[in-house]
Design a protein. Structure first.
Length: 433
């Protein structure tokens, strides 16, 4: 078998056999297939797509590219995975809520991808927090506190680790079969009993239309069901950033505020909803009963204590969780003001994600250093009225003060004002079983 023929077959719209897909995934993981051929195949898949059989074969090959987590975590394991968005910090809230309600959350999170931030980058803003635990340490934290959140390390779905990084720099992230296989390959290797998928739709998501997001959700749910897992997908609004804060430590602080019972309304609502569905899949009750349990986990302080305990067990200082003012602040900031009077009609959320990257919150090359203080905090969200000169957002950076003006221009050119209020898309658009 030759990689050249596999690329040509897909380029010409052919169907790849499970053997060809396995040959590619195994060869690329082992380093026998170079990046340029893998990139060419990803681009061919981006243009020509993959049918259900091919997508399943790619998912299973990614699952089988490394170890699966088969150890005993001490209870039923439920996970939540998002397809990626801007300001999406839900994992840091829903995982401790679910764990403090008695289920186990052994969470393997991603780094930033494209314009979206990754949970691992956010957690690494907590000084000392280790995202590179060994499998034994990971299981130990889950057994002790009910939850652990780490990065994709060691021999866990190594094919996805390589493909994820390659897609990020070859403009091949937003391909349905590549997203399905990346997420479900990891989830099947993680071997959770139940999975709640948060499938984002809108200008800040990889899926721009509800039709595409529903198709993506159905494909992931179907791959999960075929592998014997309980899977449910929520289609949620990513036409505006989630919450107000975007950027690593800014988002950790917003997650902490939410665990303390505050936080922006859209973000708090989505966290409660996702937690409720996780608990419901674990048969803790109906969605309504589980939502009440989730609310109680926050109001009693149990979810916050669970998060702090996890941080401590993974090498971080729990005082940072109880006193988030300990997080270092950005050296430089710039306020962005409304250039005219009007309702914020629509924002290009993907460009907002790029604003945060410009300020230093993510990496453009593998060598780039991440500035944990970088990002922005919105003062007004889509649908709100602004008078000329009103504060819209404050931008923050320590390492890239020279980028502040350009970032402010990008934010303003990505924000549409109009004399009438826009029709608001609901936060949760659908639930797919
Ligand atoms: N999250 C993933 O893990 N993979 C993707 O391809 C997109 C979002």
């Amino acid at each position: 078998m030759r990689m050249y023929d596999i690329i040509k077959n897909k380029r010409d719209g052919g169907k790849l056999s499970p053997e060809e897909i396995k040959f590619f995934v195994e060869g690329y993981t082992a380093g026998d297939i170079p990046d340029y051929q893998a990139a060419a195949l990803c681009m061919a898949i981006f243009y020509k797509g993959m049918d259900a059989d091919e997508t399943t074969a790619l998912t299973l090959a990614i699952r089988d590219s490394g170890d699966t987590l088969n150890m005993d975590f001490g209870g039923l394991r439920v996970d939540k995975h998002s397809t990626g968005g801007v300001g999406d910090k839900t994992s840091m809230v829903v995982a401790p809520i679910a764990a403090s309600c008695g289920i186990k959350v052994a969470k393997i999170s991603g780094r930033g991808l494209g314009h979206t931030g990754g949970t691992v980058y956010k957690l690494e803003a907590i000084e000392g927090y280790r995202t590179d635990l060994s499998a034994e340490e990971f299981a130990d934290v889950v057994r002790k506190v009910g939850v652990s959140m780490i990065g994709q390390s060691g021999d866990f779905a190594p094919a996805d680790k390589k493909l994820y990084a390659l897609r990020d720099v070859t403009a091949t992230v937003d391909s349905m079969p590549l997203i399905v296989s990346s997420i479900m390959g990891k989830k099947l290797a993680a071997n959770d009993d139940c999975i709640v998928l948060d499938v984002k739709v809108g200008s800040g998501s990889f899926m721009k239309t509800q039709k595409d997001a529903e198709e993506l959700a159905r494909r992931m749910v179907s791959v999960g069901h075929n592998a014997g897992k309980k899977v449910r997908a929520l289609i949620t609004n990513m036409d505006r950033p989630l919450g107000l804060a975007v950027g690593n430590s800014l988002e950790v602080c917003e997650a902490i505020e939410t665990l303390k019972g505050g936080g922006p309304e859209d973000f708090r609502t989505l966290c409660l909803e996702l937690s409720a569905h996780m608990l419901c899949l674990a048969e803790k009750g109906s969605v309504d009963e589980c939502r009440k349990m989730a609310e109680e986990a926050i109001s009693s302080g149990r979810a916050l204590d669970t998060f702090a305990k996890m941080v401590e067990l993974q090498g971080g200082d729990p005082r940072w969780i109880y006193e988030p003012e300990r997080f270092p602040k950005a050296k430089y900031s710039l306020e962005v003001h409304a250039p005219e009077k009007g309702y914020i009609f629509r924002v290009d959320t993907e460009k907002y994600g790029e604003v945060s990257l410009l300020l230093g919150a993510g990496r453009s090359t593998k060598e780039d250093k991440i500035d944990n203080t970088a990002g922005f905090v919105l003062a007004k969200k889509t649908g709100e009225m602004a008078l000329k000169g009103d504060l819209i957002a404050t931008l923050y950076t320590t390492d890239k003060p020279e980028a502040l003006e350009q970032a402010a221009e990008l934010m303003l050119s990505s924000t549409g004002f109009w004399k009438e209020a826009p029709e608001q898309m609901p936060l949760i658009l659908d639930v797919i079983e």
